[in-house]
Design a binder for this molecule. Structure first.
Ligand code: CO
Length: 439
């Protein structure tokens, strides 16, 4: 029980420290390094990799971690796991400043399918990546995180919108502009960013801010809640919960075999980018691992990908939104996601594999299928399967309020996920379960 608490405590700490994909990747890369994983650079020469543990950061928002035992990859196959580092939210526009009625406001774009109603009346801070020119004319990029609450999007009072409870619609351009501060001061946004860069990076001395990828986030810390602390609440559980748990599983698997963990950015906006699941990141890694295409094909045919992304747990107030025979509940184990139209990549081989794997790990398992009269979301699973031909299963821990500024998950489910993924990374050989060697 204590061990479980430690895992969810460190997950909450991670969530609180990582408001953007860049911060999450930086944190996880540091964590991998502390645990003996060596950094690889995409720009360096592509010599053969010796047995060992490695990680590679791809354009700040993507990350891969690799464990190689020395067993030929074409014989062992790869235990692959994937997740995404991004979450829906509000991204600051390139030239965001708006001054109105003594307010400095910052215009935002909506990133992904955010549940916008949850963004009102929250204490918001700002974090992300900035590029600038130094006083000595060198181009630099770096991460910033203001941490303190510096903005809010106030609701309109009920007295000025009597229909607010019955029919609330949100105009993304007009209604969602955060108020940064009430001030007569003439701080330009560039000055605000320059000061923050200097504060967080003692050697930096920006002459000109060039551009930014900045996101607002809720400063309320993620928490363990409930009479018996059975639930976790916080932002970005989708899908940083999975990223964190996968990295922990790979590091702590008792007898790790040839394995590759890949974390993509840009899933929430369709995955078409240099570090999205439709980009070349995985393909480049697989080529680096086995340059010979015949051997690589052998390896892929023996590999399996577990695509991990949160699932919809049953919301007791809206039970009619779920298929009555598929009602996953919080704290009852990971969920296998099924969709006949390949919005999820699971099939009877891979879904059966995962169910058997849970059995081996002593972990409960549940199933989800969307109602036929509702549209089904998707994940990196089908994209990666289509790109590589690797057998793939889509799974994830059940959660509530997906894409809200504050989501809810079960505190036991991240432990179940950790246990089953450790079993997976230690599995020898990876195709044992579907070749009938299951003990
Ligand atoms: Co997700």
């Amino acid at each position: 029980m204590k061990k479980n608490k430690n895992i969810s405590d460190s997950l909450l700490d991670f969530l609180g420290r990582c408001p953007t994909p860049y911060h999450a990747v930086e944190y996880l890369a540091g964590f991998l390094r502390e645990n003996g994983f060596q950094p690889l650079k995409e720009s360096e020469s592509r010599g053969k990799l010796n047995p060992g543990n490695y990680f590679i950061v791809h354009q700040d928002g993507g990350l891969a971690a690799l464990s190689l035992t020395g067993t030929p990859l074409e014989e062992s196959g790869l235990r692959l796991a994937g997740a995404h580092t991004d979450s829906p939210g509000l991204k600051v526009k390139p030239f965001p400043v708006r001054r109105k009625n003594n307010c400095l406001q910052l215009g935002v774009e909506v990133y992904g399918g955010a549940l916008l109603g949850s963004w009102f009346d929250r204490d918001l801070s700002l974090a992300g990546r900035v590029s600038w020119i130094e006083k000595n004319n060198i181009f630099k990029t770096g991460l910033i995180n203001f941490q303190n609450p510096l903005a809010v999007i106030p609701s309109l009072a009920i007295h000025l919108d009597r229909d607010a409870n019955a029919k609330k619609s949100i105009n993304k351009q007009k209604d969602l502009v955060p108020m940064l501060l009430l001030s007569e001061q003439d701080d330009s946004f560039e000055e605000i960013l320059t000061l923050q860069i200097k504060k967080e990076n003692k050697t930096a001395d920006p002459r000109q801010i060039l551009a930014h990828d900045l996101f607002f986030y809720d400063v309320q810390k993620p928490a363990r809640i409930g009479l018996h602390e059975d639930f976790l609440t916080g932002a970005r559980l989708d899908n940083l919960l999975s990223c964190f748990t996968l990295v922990q599983s790979l590091i702590h698997a008792p007898d790790v075999q040839n394995s590759l963990l890949i974390l993509y950015d840009h899933e929430e906006v369709g995955s078409v980018s240099a570090n999205g699941a439709r980009g070349p990141f995985l393909r480049m890694l697989l080529k680096r691992l086995l340059p010979d295409s015949d051997r690589r094909q052998q390896m892929l045919s023996r590999s399996l990908l577990i695509s991990v992304d949160n699932a919809h747990g049953v919301h007791p107030n809206f039970i009619d939104k779920y298929d009555p025979e598929h009602l996953p509940t919080l704290n009852n184990g990971p969920v296998i996601k099924w969709n006949a139209n390949q919005r999820y990549a699971t099939d009877s081989v891979t879904g059966g594999f995962f169910r058997a794997l849970c059995g081996r790990a002593g972990v409960p398992v549940q199933d989800f299928v969307m109602r036929n009269d509702m549209a089904c979301g998707s994940t990196i699973g089908p994209l990666t399967a289509a790109e590589t031909g690797i057998k793939t299963v889509d799974i994830g821990v059940p959660s509530l309020a997906m894409h809200s500024i504050r989501e809810t998950a079960g505190s036991k489910d991240c432990v179940f996920l950790l246990q089953v993924m450790q079993e997976f990374f230690s599995l020898l050989p990876v195709d044992a379960l579907w070749k009938g060697h299951c003990q």
